[in-house]
Design a protein around this ligand. Structure first.
Ligand code: SF4
Length: 418
């Protein structure tokens, strides 16, 4: 193997892959049962942090940046004058094993431009995963980005070797897709998502009957959409992600702020800031309807189609619903405690558990890790009587002022929530 050439390809194809954010994951339980390489069980993936704060890494590359399509938002589009490269199946396998042995990575995230056609490309992605699993007994994490338009058979096979499969929905609306990627159809994404979702359901029920049934994509499927490349509202985005979660049982929808690297009059101008704050607010909203029992329409709707960028969406909702507050944490349902700004899922559980042993006041709440700078205005306490006299706008400004560092335009990670 020519390592110099391989290194050159790696430079090109790792750089081209960096725009894809949908590579973090969890929930895989592929254990090392065959004395093979690696063990992805319980692991988060992709230069990201697991729930316990562990940083994990993976080899994130494209198989090729050649592409027959010309999606305007993509650096790999065929009309873009860039250096092109393609790995062979063996090269990707070799790199993965080599990097894994050196402890550089804990898994592989493999995506690709489309060369020749969808099946031709998808078949190669599948071969990489199959070779790693069968010939090298690789038990590390594998995330394959599927190719829209590939056959159901290839999707089915991919799920046998990969921990996670993803199909990028690309843009939040059909009109956005028609504008920026006219060669692609909404159905091109929906069909493979449906295939994968059905296969996951079937696999689960088969496993209940025959325990030895091989796992099918144990970490589930995810998707990603680019935000800010077209003029969609946050309501449009949330409607699309809700549709995906509901119909295809997705583990995650990733929101990727558009990075303007290409000039075209249908795209935001070069130099337009990447909408990082909006991206962060969308992740927070996503969390609210997946883990905080909110209905998406409570956060964004026809009256409020845009998220407030200055404050988190739960605080924004609470300020629009002052009549529901103050809440007495000593007596309220868990469901309502979850809705108090400054109280997360873990804290809400701690409150419900701790109040069995005595009445909780501000001191106890602080000890439980409640963010009192926000919560104090929404719970029954001596301060509330002041808060009750203020209108929502005044209260909003006060909270922003008192938490300047938190609400300034600095966002550490997508998951610094509530
Ligand atoms: S098909 Fe994928 S790789 Fe090809 S131009 Fe479109 S987004 Fe880029």
């Amino acid at each position: 193997m020519n390592w110099e050439r391989l290194q050159e390809k790696l430079g090109i194809l790792a750089d081209a892959a960096k725009y894809d954010v949908s590579c973090s994951s969890s929930g895989s339980n592929r254990e090392n049962t065959n004395k093979g390489l690696g063990d992805s069980s319980g692991m988060g993936i992709c230069h990201t942090y697991t729930e316990d704060g562990r940083c994990v890494s993976l080899l994130k590359i494209l198989l090729t940046n050649h592409c027959i399509y010309d999606c305007l938002y993509c650096v790999s589009r065929k009309s873009n004058d860039i250096k092109r490269a393609a790995f062979t199946v063996d090269e990707v396998v070799e790199l993965t094993i080599n990097f894994y042995r050196r402890n550089y990575i804990e898994g592989l995230f493999l995506s690709s431009g489309i060369f020749k056609n969808s099946d031709f490309t998808m078949e190669r992605l599948v071969r990489v995963a199959k070779k790693l699993r069968t010939e090298h007994k690789f038990n590390g994490y594998i995330h394959l980005k599927t190719i829209p338009g590939a056959s159901d058979e290839l999707m089915q096979e991919a799920g046998l070797w990969a921990d996670r499969l993803s199909v990028n929905i690309e843009l939040p609306t059909k009109s956005g897709l028609a504008l920026l990627a006219p060669d692609k159809k909404h159905e091109d994404f929906i069909k493979p998502m449906k295939t994968i979702s059905n296969a996951i359901i079937e696999n689960k029920s088969e496993k209940k009957i025959i325990k030895s049934t091989p796992q099918f994509t144990p970490a589930g499927q995810s998707s990603q959409m680019i935000i800010g490349a077209t003029n969609e509202t946050d309501l449009d985005i949330v409607k699309t992600s809700t549709f995906l979660y509901k119909n295809f049982n997705l583990k995650r929808v990733y929101y990727s702020g558009y990075v303007p690297v290409l000039k075209d009059n249908k795209l935001p101008d070069l130099g337009t800031p990447v909408p990082m704050v909006r991206e962060n607010r969308l992740y927070q909203t996503d969390w609210l309807f997946r883990f905080y029992q909110f209905d998406p329409s409570e956060i964004v709707n026809e009256t409020y189609p845009h998220l407030d960028l200055e404050i988190d969406p739960k605080l924004s909702w609470a300020l629009r619903n002052r009549h529901l507050f103050p809440i007495d944490v000593n007596t309220a349902d868990y469901h309502m405690i979850l809705r108090i700004p400054g109280i997360g899922v873990k804290s809400a559980k701690k409150i419900v558990s701790a109040r069995r042993f005595g009445k909780l006041g501000q001191e106890q709440l602080k000890k439980l890790g409640i963010a009192m700078n926000r919560a104090q205005y929404f719970i029954t306490s001596k301060n509330y009587f002041n808060a009750n006299d203020w209108d929502s706008l005044t209260l909003r400004n006060l909270i922003i002022q008192s938490g300047k560092s938190k609400y300034s335009n600095k966002f550490s990670t997508q998951l610094s929530l509530f």
